[in-house]
Design a protein around this ligand. Sequence first.
Ligand code: CP3
Length: 343
Amino acid sequence: MPQSLFLDTLQGKCTDRPPVWFMRQAGRVLPNYMDMRDQYGFKEMMDTPELAAKVTLLPIDDLGVDAAILFSDILVIPEAMGMELSFEGKGPSFKVALKDVEDPNLFLKEQPEKLQHIYKAIDLIKQQKPEHIPLIGFCGGPLTTLCYMYQGFSQNLNFPDVIPALYRDTKVISKVIDRITEMSIEYAKNQVAHGIDAFQLFETHAGLVPSDIYQKLFLPSVKKILTAVRDLGVKTIFLPKGLGTGLSMVNYDLCDCISVDWQVPLEGVRQYVGNEITLQGNFDPRILQTTPEVITDHFNKYLEFGQKEHNWIFNLGHGLLPTIPVDNVKHLVNLVKDSDWKR
Ligand code: CP3
């Protein structure tokens, strides 16, 4: 592959400017995506390799980002463990939630063949993408995946039944976590076999549990998944949203890059994660709901940061929101690309 700013930065090389991409760039804010959504359902698009490949590649031209992320969803893992998933109405939901079955471990049935269409999508993306644009694969973190499986839906994002169950039925839930982990490892390794260039683990709900519980029940799984990918020579990014000072559990032993949410100032992150790891983040996506002037003003702090810190990928603290005007996103990409980073 010709030089990629994104991969060079992940390898610790100093580049002329930081690479830029956005979580949830594939979809949501793009007019071309909205036009496709008028024609197809979200799940239909995810399940059809040709459509998934097309959406994955939209943001390269429409936003000008430096990397593509596979258009899919973290909930394909529960689906491949026998849970029926729908995206109709408000967000995703499962027909039967683990909280409502007598024995979750009897209820779940692994069907890895249900992930085949995603590997096909990766093959198509690899054929169609510009050579210098790397493809990021991903899966959900074990806690986030468990939350959706156990609660069945995400409406208030508190998952009120999940955390008590973690304390009460630890043995049963630990077994479910092990099975999510095994499935995620197989999925991640197959993504690598089909040619992804980097891999991100989305632990969006890391902040739901005390960090010592996260460390004990979930971090070993995270390490297994990320190590399986690293052992195949692909760089790994970990997003543990809301982990706060629990970031001190994260270092270069665990992953190549840490995606930081907006709560922790980037300038202070290295005191937790050490000097070797690449940083990613953490522009607040809600700033993109304002005006180009406000965006530029906030961007200037990042410009200062990136003039001193070279081991950093420009991204948001979390995903793009559907209410963000696409021109504001383009404005931010242009700021990253056109500024003098003094490198
Ligand atoms: O980042 C990307 O652009 C790649 C594709 C991607 C999607 N979902 C597409 C999507 C990725 C990486 C995800 C991850 C995901 N999915 C997470 C973890 C990361 C995060 O941002 O929090 C979670 C918790 C989910 C589960 C999920 N999928 C929810 C709660 C929802 C509904 C609310 C929402 O965020 O829109 C989805 C739907 C979803 N996943 C959409 C897209 C483009 C919107 C579908 C549509 O209506 O067009």
